[in-house]
Design a protein around this ligand. Structure first.
Ligand code: KG4
Ligand code: ZN
Length: 352
């Protein structure tokens, strides 16, 4: 029975949404990573929870086998198990949590439940070991948008968050309104390449110059009104001409508006904390305009850490890495670990 973790390969499992993923990570980085993206949802324009859970059941064993083979490890050398315990779709999470629990219990391994968004924070560090605290973290995914001060791993201060839609969710909904495919982020980025921002004018929500760091609104974000403004602009175009001739310009203006908000909010944190190191995570971190604009604003005196595309979106390597750091710190989850769709961010410290 190896109840304590003192180093060695960790098996990471991620099934919170529509990616079924398994990974083997250790102190040298990623040794094996397998991700099955569920295509079945595209036809519905969004994730169907029942389909997601069923697909996880179907694919998880194969993903674990792939990751282990790639890593050149056998089950005997795995030293710990990390699994996403929340937030996410409850049926989807349950598949991974129960698989991870059963595996760890059967093999006498330490188990740790990982918060999905904390996992996203670790993605950049898997490729660039210098992506370590202290830093300002910007997590932009399909379900969450969080601006964090990270002084230490496991110690997080939430500076700001979206008050309604997540950034990725806004990309997905706007893409649908523009008649583009799912997921919407890459589709909008592609359409925006041939468009010009400014032909249409969309708002930049919550960027009032009169706010200061003491106002909650200084770091908080909102993307729902922007989505509505886009929808009104689309209706206006449709009443006068054909939408397809305006899609590129609308996409470019929408992308620019989201990027303006994300970059400005992040730079407010950078300036207020005097911390010119930013770590990006989550699917929207794949957006090239966001990366370019943030890098420009940080300049040569700042550092921007961005995970590569496959690690920006959901994957089990980031979960394995978060698990490795927590297990090394002596933590472990009880066998009563359960899927928690509303799991709160761990290690929160108070104060603005
Ligand atoms: O982190 P992730 O894989 O899943 C969640 O935890 O939600 O993020 C998925 C989100 C989707 O909303 C997708 O549209 C967005 O990331 N996304 C992008 C890009 N690639 C993916 N958004 C903007 N630009 C992109 N290039
Ligand atoms: Zn995610």
């Amino acid at each position: 029975m190896r109840a304590e973790y003192t180093g060695g390969p960790i098996l990471g499992i991620e099934t919170s949404c529509d990616e079924t993923s398994a990974a083997v990570v250790d102190e040298t980085g990623i040794r094996g990573l397998a991700i099955a993206s569920q295509d079945a949802h595209a036809a519905f324009g969004g994730v169907v929870p029942e389909i997601a859970a069923r697909e996880h059941v179907r694919s998880l064993d194969a993903m674990v086998d792939h990751a282990m083979t790639q890593a050149g490890t056998t089950a005997d050398s795995i030293a710990g198990v990390g699994v996403t315990a929340g937030p996410g779709l409850v049926g989807a999470l349950l598949v991974g949590v129960n698989w991870g629990k059963a595996y760890a219990m059967a093999r006498g391994l330490p188990l740790i439940g990982v918060h999905h968004m904390e996992g996203h924070l670790f993605a950049a560090a898997l490729e660039d070991p210098s992506a370590q605290p202290p830093f300002v973290g910007l997590l932009v995914s399909g379900g969450h948008t969080l601006l964090l001060e990270v002084r230490e791993w496991g110690e997080y201060r939430i500076l700001g968050r979206t008050r309604d839609d997540a950034a990725g969710e806004a990309f997905d909904k706007v893409a649908r309104r523009l008649g583009l495919g799912y997921p919407g982020g890459p589709e909008i980025q592609r359409a925006a390449e041939t468009g010009t921002p400014g032909r249409f004018s969309l708002p930049r929500p919550m960027l009032s110059k009169r706010q200061g760091p003491e106002d909650a609104a200084y770091y908080d974000m909102s993307f729902s009104g922007l989505k509505t403004a886009l929808s009104i602009a689309v209706a206006d175009v449709e009443s006068r001409s054909r939408l397809d001739e305006a899609v590129a310009d609308l996409a470019a203006e929408f992308q620019e508006a989201v990027v303006d908000v994300l970059v400005e909010k992040t730079m407010r944190a950078v300036e207020a904390l005097g911390l010119r190191r930013v770590v990006l995570g989550g699917g929207v971190a794949r957006n090239s305009r966001l990366r370019q604009r943030l890098a420009e604003r940080l300049g040569s005196t700042g550092q921007l850490f961005v995970p590569s595309p496959r690690l920006a979106t959901d994957n089990a390597a980031m979960i394995g890495e978060a698990a490795r750091v927590r297990l090394l710190a002596g933590e472990r989850s009880p066998w009563s670990l359960n899927a928690d769709p509303g799991l709160v961010f761990p290690g929160l410290v108070q104060g603005r």
